[in-house]
Design a protein around this ligand. Structure first.
Ligand code: COA
Length: 288
């Protein structure tokens, strides 16, 4: 029988890619955009680095949760207007490569990431950066973080899939207003609009984010992965399709969950009477 992985303490490791730092500690991987002098604007190189980082972290046995954030005072100022837009205008091959890499990590890989993901929005978040915030399972921002769909302010539309992201996450009224005016809104407002999970004072941002990451690590990784995949997948299904899909997914979970969480959860509640599922989680570290 597979023994449950504990959310053990581990030594911090740091790896520097050209534009992204990967820090790993206690089951948590921090992906830190590292162009603070450019407010973490996303260059073609940053897209390549983030693809590499996510590919590695998806299969890294030491990592249970991934947090994405920015170095310095910005989360990300969106696509790099010089390097991503102007720098690829005359070169279709370069443009294609940058666009593909940009979409791959910010949506395809993040939205289907096998482990929980958290966007920790520490400051400026503009334009294209809305996609990775939307793709993460959770987003926690500083109360005073500044969000903006600034595309209209320099004569383009919220492209890539940003317009789709905002109508999916916000009300149509909010999406239309902020897309057409380019007005900014704060972390507090983003929380009230439900664009993010919550906002907290900046001094508490890291601690609150780590608290969520720790809570997630108490859950069965297999159940968590299937839950997040299920929640995303059923959204655009009919009720009959959803029922069929969720039945099949539940059966598949019993097969893939080597920790046998379901049996443990039932045993600890019904037989051992050591916890109440309505009020907390079973003890993963205990064998069946
Ligand atoms: N693309 C390219 N360069 C960017 C950038 C972006 N999206 N955002 C910031 N930078 C660069 C600036 O050009 C400047 O470079 P320089 O030092 O070589 O002149 C540097 O980052 C610092 O920016 P600055 O504007 O001086 O910082 P600030 O703290 O006063 O303001 C922002 C920060 C984010 C409000 C401001 O830089 C901004 O509006 N950026 C554009 C945001 C945007 O519209 N993004 C959407 C793109 S689709």
């Amino acid at each position: 029988m597979a023994k449950a992985a504990k959310s053990s303490k581990s030594k911090k490791t740091v790896r520097n890619l050209e534009t992204v730092i990967i820090e790993k500690e206690d089951g948590i991987a921090w992906c830190i955009f590292n162009r603070p002098e450019k407010r973490n604007a996303m260059s073609p190189q940053l897209h390549l680095d983030m693809n590499q980082a996510l590919d590695e972290l998806a299969i890294d046995p030491e990592v249970n949760v991934v947090i994405i954030t920015g170095a310095g005072k910005a989360f990300s100022a969106g696509q790099d207007i010089r390097l991503y837009f102007r720098g690829t205008t005359e070169d279709p091959a370069k443009r294609h490569k940058a666009k593909h890499a940009s979409h791959a990590w910010r949506w395809t890989k993040l939205a289907s990431f096998p482990k929980p993901t958290i966007a920790m929005v520490n400051g400026y978040c503009f334009g294209g950066a809305f996609t990775q915030v939307s793709a993460c399972d959770f987003a926690i921002a500083a109360d005073d973080a500044v969000f903006g769909l600034s595309e209209i302010n320099w004569g383009i539309l919220p492209g890539g899939i940003v317009s789709w992201n905002v109508v999916e996450m916000m009300t149509m009224r909010d999406a239309m207003y902020y897309a057409c005016t380019g007005e900014t809104f704060t972390g507090k407002q983003a929380s009230a609009m439900r664009f993010i999970t919550k906002s907290v004072p900046k001094a508490k941002l890291r601690a609150e984010t780590v608290k969520l990451a720790k809570l997630l690590q108490q859950k069965s990784p297999a159940a968590l992965r299937y839950t997040k995949e299920g929640v995303r997948a059923v959204r655009y299904m009919s009720v009959d399709q959803a029922a069929d899909y969720l039945n099949a997914k539940s059966d598949a979970l019993k097969y893939v969950d080597k920790e046998r969480s379901r049996e443990k959860g039932m045993k600890q509640f019904l037989d051992d009477k050591t916890y109440r599922p309505g009020l907390g989680h079973f003890d993963r570290s205990k064998d069946l």
